[in-house]
Design a protein around this ligand. Sequence first.
Ligand code: CMC
Length: 423
Amino acid sequence: MPDSVTITDNRTGESFEIPIVDGGVDASEWRNNLPGLWFLDPGFTTTASTESAITELDGANGILRYRGYPIEQLAEHSTFLEVCYLLINGELPNQQQLDKWIYDVTHHTFIHENMRKRFYEGFHYDAHPMGMLVSAIAALSTFYPEAKNIEDPINRLIQINRLISKGPTLAAMAYRASIGMPFVYPDNELNYAENFLSMMWKIAEPRYIPDPVLSRALDVLLILHADHEQNCSTTALRVIGSSHADPYSSVAGATAGLYGPRHGGANEAVIHMLRDIGSYENVESFIETVKGGDGRLMGFGHRVYKAYDPRARIVKDHAEEVFKVTGKNPLLDIALKLEEIALEDDYFKSRNLYPNVDFYTGLIYQAMNFPMDMFTVLFAIGRMPGWLAHWNEAIEANVRISRPRQVYVGPSERNYVPVSERD
Ligand code: CMC
């Protein structure tokens, strides 16, 4: 049997054959043979928008690999900065490369004082940290105008280094601004996760050193969020980047995509849901409400995973370690009961709805004292290397500008009527 599909245009009786390559068909063959006949694919459920060598996601079997390495192995043995290097460069670093990379990231964590004094101070006192982060990342492009020179690979790596270095600084500043606390400068003696926790929580002590269990748990959570192929925010980034916007503007657009409750905002929505449920006894009636079409079980379901999200399993294991240090999050029992019932229920089983990464992350963040409106910010820090790896890959491949078509369903031509003559 040939590995191809044959399409017959019943209007003309003409047929053409398209080879199947890597599990897909080249849509340009369709366009060349059937000009003007569009695929209608809202939400891109059947469209592969690009070729990519970064992340392999097999949703049917619950498999996630960065550059070929299983997420389980990276979460157990690697660090977030090593994973950043892997995603961006395609290979794990040797010791010398790793040392240099860590040094470079650690020594670019400071941001221009105007950002702190003039930019952050301009926000309203209760501004959401994600709104601040989106704007702050975009504002960085004005401090690095040379970032526009996207054709130069060395220049691209400098901007990638800066964004990974400064992400936690911008994020912690957004939090400190939102609670009216003075900004804490980065501490180059600490590792990536420790430094972020220091910028979040340090008060008057000479040096803030977090509990190693908590900083390691945070590092693992960042690894789990580091990339997830063509999700909403990464697709937004690739679309913006295809116009050759600078990387700061492209990443700001991706961060905005992450903000919504259907994407990066789901971890916050999970905590709201668990609080609304209120107690263990209310779980069954809540599930019935969802099945009746009123609301969704937040932290459940995924466009690609039709099996248990492998990241959710790792998060669940780490939750236990974190709770040994912080004490158990009282919402955990409600979450466990929800999962237990949903996994046995036909409504969820028949739709392949399993916990996704967001189901348990919020519980950990909350136990670590992060306020809810910082949850998506944490996701953004983690996703930064993935966004940048995709941006770099797309620029290197010189992809065409994104410009989908539409199927027009509005009124056909009609004549303008002066306002005095309208009903
Ligand atoms: N609770 C209850 N029913 C659901 C849920 C849910 N969480 N998710 C999907 N369904 C139902 C949906 O009602 C539909 O049922 P029916 O066929 O009877 O109309 C069916 O499952 C298919 O849903 P869909 O909306 O067509 O699926 P989608 O692929 O467009 O949406 C999703 C994916 C993640 C937006 C959706 O599952 C959802 O809203 N989940 C809750 C929000 C959430 O946890 N988001 C985090 C995603 S993981 C983090 C990330 O990678 O960004």
